[in-house]
Design a protein around this ligand. Structure first.
Ligand SMILES: C[S@@+](CC[C@H](N)C(=O)[O-])C[C@H]1O[C@@H](n2cnc3c(N)ncnc32)[C@H](O)[C@@H]1O
Ligand SMILES: [Zn+2]
Length: 290
């Protein structure tokens, strides 16, 4: 975690500033704890990645294997002690997401050359240089790291530690990643000049996502893409949006849709699942502005 990122982060429990207890530092903070003095919540930084989850033991309770891996990855005794204590508080283990999250990180790594990413990157030329940018559900940071080449400060948020470990392999002094839930108030009342949400409408309640982003953009851009692949059985979101209702909801929140994305698009997004299988989506792109 970059030391400079600290000024932008807030406690997800009470919104207060966080105090860093640094255990290991190089070009950036490698290990430590971000502590809220007000409500006493603690957020570990492991392998340079802060995990900003309101209940860290709960985060691990659906990632049991990851818990053991983090313990082995931790280099300092203080962090190992914190992890041991957090692991001991897990009383119920949900389905272990560790393997799933690792598998998808590899799929995104192997799909970086999908046309989708080059089309999206080319579409950014209408957006002027921004001071603050966040990408929600950034996975391995394919687009996030590209944005850091031309914008001032760029953050990526994802709940997958495995994905952000891939993302963190590239160091840039204006690019940082945080494990967090997309709807968590990790940035407090911070306003962004550019927010991205690429292909996540099936995973986060869409209306909640739009409301969350709308509060963070009073003057800036919101870029959203989706294949509207909502049928996920028991895990489906409650209120899916389609190409029309997405645009209507954005308009109702005060966003103006750029004329070139007013008409729904079909951008190919190919995910290489393995050497014999590819998942082929057609994705709609909306760029809007307040
Ligand atoms: C379908 S992938 C899209 C990845 C990337 N945006 C892209 O288009 O290549 C969705 C990503 O969102 C993350 N994600 C899903 N729900 C999330 C949540 N509630 N909070 C944080 N991240 C979430 C997943 O871990 C995954 O990396
Ligand atoms: Zn707090």
């Amino acid at each position: 975690m970059l030391e400079s990122s600290l000024q932008f982060l807030r406690c997800v429990g009470c919104g207060s500033k966080l105090e860093p207890n640094v255990y290991k530092i190089g070009k950036e903070i490698e290990e430590g704890i971000l502590e809220c003095k007000k409500c006493s919540l603690e957020f570990p930084i492991i392998e340079k990645i802060p995990i900003l989850w309101d209940d860290f033991s709960q985060y691990l309770s659906s990632r049991k294997t990851l818990g053991g891996k983090l313990f082995r990855l931790a280099k300092t005794t203080k962090l190992k002690k914190f992890l041991k204590s957090s692991l001991s508080k897990i009383d119920y283990v949900y389905d272990d997401r560790t393997v799933l999250e690792e598998r998808w990180s590899v799929i995104y790594e192997n799909s970086k050359s999908s046309k989708f990413y080059s089309v999206i990157k080319n579409n950014f030329d209408v957006i002027e240089q921004s001071r603050l940018v966040v990408e929600y559900g950034c996975s391995i940071g394919t687009v996030t790291s590209f944005l850091a080449e031309s914008h001032d400060v760029v953050f990526g948020i994802d709940r997958s530690f495995a994905a952000l470990r891939h993302a963190k392999q590239l160091y840039k002094n204006n690019l940082d990643y945080f494990v967090s839930d997309i709807l968590s108030p990790v940035f407090g009342k911070l306003q962004f000049d550019l927010v991205l949400a690429l292909n996540i409408l099936e995973l986060v309640e869409p209306i909640d996502l739009l409301n969350h982003v709308s509060k963070q953009v009073s003057s800036g851009y919101f870029v959203i893409t989706d294949p509207y692949d909502f049928d996920r059985g028991a895990n489906s979101v409650k209120k899916p949006l389609d190409e029309t209702t997405l645009r209507t909801n954005l308009n109702n929140l005060g966003f103006k849709i750029l004329p070139k994305t007013q008409t729904p698009s079909n951008i190919p997004w190919n995910l290489n699942l393995n050497s014999r299988a590819t998942l082929n989506y057609e994705v709609d792109l909306v760029i809007c502005k307040k």
